[in-house]
Design a protein around this ligand. Structure first.
Ligand code: SF4
Length: 304
């Protein structure tokens, strides 16, 4: 067996910043410490912080008056900030700056009387936060078929924004469909899909054709991890999303395969290495890192 390790893979700048911020907050402020939703969408990270006493809440009602609350990398709706202030909760904002940028764009376009077509997944933490910046000005579109249900006058000002962790190819095809139907629509190439999502998908596109099977390390609720597995499948390569080495079924392999391993932006490197070790132990696998581009961004923590 030969393993190609995709590079870049795993943690992005936003996830790094959010995890660093939570680590620093534990040291600086101690417990109790609350986090609104999962700090990042990864089982290992969340379970580790839980075991150290951090409390994850899914509603602001679960956060006591006067407590300390961190907002996750996915951002929050503005009304959550207002309620937190009313409850005299001390907040630490670990929203990824690239998500915050989308919030600012929503506010700017809404103020300029645009109707915002947001491409994203209903119910995702990031989409909930983004839509609530200007709920009366935003329409969510999840799939290409939704576009054919939209009705706008040619005089209506329209702009497309997106969730940060979508499939680059599917989103571009949806933007093209929107442009055909509503030529006045304002949009940028790939809109708001972040650099980390793009780089990891590009690596899969370049390397998956070299292998028999693709393993993506990431949790089932991680949007960018799921998109990586889908990218591999779209190229006709068997591609499987795994939370960790325990999810690997050795029967998937005969032992002479070429395997590509990558990881979503919230998946820790030690989980990737556990998977590599398992395959080395059972199939005497050799390992080769393949770099397709360089991630060079980093973000400062709000409590650095
Ligand atoms: S995936 Fe992109 S938008 Fe999301 S936290 Fe990472 S850098 Fe930020």
């Amino acid at each position: 067996m030969h393993i190609f390790l995709a590079n870049p893979r795993g943690f992005c700048a936003g996830v790094n910043m959010a995890i660093r911020t939570l680590e620093a907050a534990i040291v600086r402020f101690g417990l109790p410490l609350y986090v609104y939703h999962e700090i990042v969408h990864n089982t290992w990270i969340v379970e580790d912080f839980k075991s150290r006493g951090v409390k994850f809440v899914s509603s602001i009602d679960e956060t006591p008056e006067g407590s300390r609350l961190m907002f996750s990398a996915h951002g929050v709706a503005p009304d959550i900030r207002v309620i937190a202030e009313q409850k005299k909760i001390e907040t630490i904002d670990a929203t990824c700056p690239l998500v915050a940028k989308v919030h600012h764009e929503v506010l700017r376009y809404a103020k300029e009387n645009y109707t915002i077509i947001l491409i994203g997944h209903s119910g995702h933490d990031e989409v909930i936060g983004t839509m609530n910046e200007a709920p009366d000005s935003i329409i969510l579109v999840e799939r290409e078929s939704d576009i054919y249900d939209l009705e706008f006058d040619s005089s209506e000002k329209l702009v497309v924004l997106t969730q940060t962790t979508l499939s680059v190819t599917e989103t571009q095809s949806m933007i093209d469909a929107l442009r055909r139907r509503f030529p006045q629509v304002v949009s940028e190439l790939n809109a708001n899909i972040c650099y980390a999502t793009q780089h990891r998908q590009e690596a899969i596109a370049a390397l998956a054709p070299l292998v028999d099977i693709v393993l993506i390390v990431g949790s089932g609720n991680s949007s960018n991890s799921k998109r990586l597995a889908e990218r591999g499948k779209s190229l006709g390569i068997k591609s499987i999303l795994i939370d960790g080495a325990d999810n690997i079924d050795l029967n998937w392999f005969k032992g002479d395969e070429k395997v590509l391993i990558s990881a979503g932006a919230s998946a820790p490197e030690y989980v990737v290495q556990d998977c590599v070790k398992l395959l080395q132990k059972n199939f005497n696998a050799t390992v080769e890192e393949r770099q397709t581009c360089t991630d060079s961004l980093s973000f400062q923590s709000p409590i650095d």
